[in-house]
Design a protein around this ligand. Sequence first.
Ligand code: SF4
Ligand code: SF4
Length: 352
Amino acid sequence: MKVIKIDKSQWSQTLEKIRGAYRLFGPVKEKTFHNFTELSDGQSPDLAFQNTRLSPKSLVFPQSEVMLNYSLDEADADHHVPKEAPKDYSPRAVIGIRPCDAKALALVKMNFDTDQYKDPYWLNLYNATTFVGLACDAPCGTCFCTTAGCGPFSEEGLDVLLVDQNDHYVAKALTDKGTQLLQKTGSKETTAAAIETAKIAAEAKITAKIETDNLRGADMMALYKAGLWEDISFACLNCGTCTFSCPTCWCFDIQDEVYRKKGVRMRNWDSCMFPIFSVHTTGHNPRDSKLSRVRQRFMHKLKYFVDKYDKGIMCVGCGRCVRQCPVNIDIRKVSALMNQLGSEARCAVKGS
Ligand code: SF4
Ligand code: SF4
């Protein structure tokens, strides 16, 4: 696969060459935080960031998205007939997505692209996008990607890996989409030798960990009924910050909104931490307590997903929920408790 060198003095010009074929998106500083947004003509992504406050999942899964439009006006010939909302699925390139967030999209794809069901909205945006990842060389203290099946130079879900080498970038194509994008730059080819050295140095900086080795073998009902959920959920505010900031949370709700005689059907992010998330049309709520909602979030990420897919945990170790939970509920501590319980359950089975 193609590897090129881009001098930083040529960075703006290189982006303009790419812009000729793609809509560009990248991190931009908003007050004190960076977030991903579409870059206007001549605007460069601000790559001097550790990670964005919100994950870039909204690039393929907008927080609110119109699916269908319809008219309730009987004077309109096609009243009450829902029509696809217009969408722009032209080629896009996301410059500077972190490897953990790209891996998260690859995990989420398992939900939106199955043999039985394909989500056209998510997939059309995902397939239209070329992901240019920026390897991490200064991870946050709360990052634990290396024990979450990922890493600061992880390539899963990326089309290109970009590595900062002080006065230049090394860009390595990982897919055919990535090769096509790099061909637009006209930059000189180089070798990938520097990437391995930088990768080893970056991985050594990540000291935070998550313990997961006993989760797959653990007895599900023993974990579900464990007393630990009382303590873990006690302080939770059910604010949903953890789920909205998480790159691997994918839940949404579909609603119709009508103003006068025009209607839209739209989907909006939802959160298992919200009290009405699971309410049935009968009014029954199977998760009517804070404990049951907190348990659902962690059991889904650390047990149900693990057992269903055998692809590790539904978490890439970005640390956003750890940093942003207002009451300091920490998935690493929850996983350690679950993992310990899993270990004890195994010992009990072996000893019986
Ligand atoms: S961010 Fe913290 S307080 Fe808010 S719902 Fe998540 S675990 Fe609960
Ligand atoms: S669970 Fe927390 S640490 Fe894991 S991917 Fe989601 S926000 Fe990041």
